[in-house]
Design a protein around this ligand. Sequence first.
Ligand code: SF4
Ligand code: SF4
Length: 445
Amino acid sequence: MTAIGRDEPGAGTAAHGTGGHGHGGNIFDPELLDRCISCGFCLPACPTYALTKDEGSSPRGRITLMRALETGRLDPDDDRLRKEASFCLGCRACEPVCPAGVQYGHLLESWRDHQWRGRHRPPLAQVLMMVVERTPLVRLIGAVRRPARTRRPADGDVRTAGAGRAATNGRAPRPEQLTLMLGCFERGLFPGVSKAVQKLLPEISVPENQGCCGALHAHNGDSAGGVALAEKLGEELPGVIVTTAGGCAAHLAAVLGRDRVHELSEHLVKAGYEPVGEVTVDDGHGGRRRARVAIQDSCHLRNGLGVSAEPRALLGAVADFVPVAGDGSCCGSAGTYSLLRPRDARRVLDPKLDAVQTAGVDYVVAVNPGCLRQWQTGLARRKSRIRAVHLADLLAAAAAGRRLPTGLPIAARLPTVRLPSGMRVGRGFRLRKDAEAQNTDGWSA
Ligand code: SF4
Ligand code: SF4
């Protein structure tokens, strides 16, 4: 079979779900499904294959299952289909290594459109989707946690660099209107991130009344809903949309176009932002030393948009960047995955926690709020003194000469209380089922 070139970085996934609902046929774009030549190059890149060493939990194995579904050889209710549609992280690490240009993200979205339709969708995903569809509710979350906001969109303003310096090389900077996407959950969980962005880019406008980008829908079996929400957000946010969430950036870019959407690190580098200051920690001898910092890539930012050098360059300018094996692979957050399959999400994260501990870093930088939450929870669970921070926080702290928190976070010191119902409360006030009580399959459609 002739190899077919891959899409340019930035080609997304959202517009391709065909979402057939019958028993076999018309579920997938046949041309995309036919691209796989079963070479197996993708197997070493796949985190779920690394966990199980089971071909069925690899990209190649899942494509074989998709073909069986498409041709009607397997019934949609077949256990293997239900399990693997749910077990896949959707990290797309199988795409950059594929010589045949298989767009696995497109295929997975089409698969879940079919597999998770109606009552087959995980109930928690259904609830989260209903919440983020309601802009007033999302806005209420923001009103409580008070993320950044500006009164109204700024008029045709610029580009760089409050806390750092703009490098224009003698040229006038290109005027372009910038708007910050707040993100549904980031504005509630990490309101400081948007405020840090405002310090880095004081000209950016932050409209309060903005909805969801639709990535949650696209990744949970509602591609059409994901596209509709992204288009609506594109109308609400003028100019270039800057986002601090890699997953949202990839989905929005797929719908609105690559030039309308910039992930924060990508935008700062494109705009010539030069970080200033440095992040230091106590050296244990009464002095300060430069902090040692590792990174956690956002899967969709790295594998979907091809952005991974930019955050490394920025953090390396204000701290000692420490490359850690596997820093480009999924941390187990994967959108709603860590909520739907907490035990598997922990299994994915555990070796990465070992790696940063061995590397002796002070901070792990994330470029996606879901990854930030996953790392903070995992580090707290181990009572580690390593802290996870968002890149925006790191850069803004360096520029302001502000010290980032060190030592055990409060969440790690909280006792965990088991309730008679089997739920437990603790570590960041999380309320969830005891992960030990769940089998590895967690919920599956
Ligand atoms: S998805 Fe790509 S890398 Fe994996 S088996 Fe198919 S052609 Fe090979
Ligand atoms: S998306 Fe990630 S978990 Fe799923 S098959 Fe590809 S590499 Fe494996």
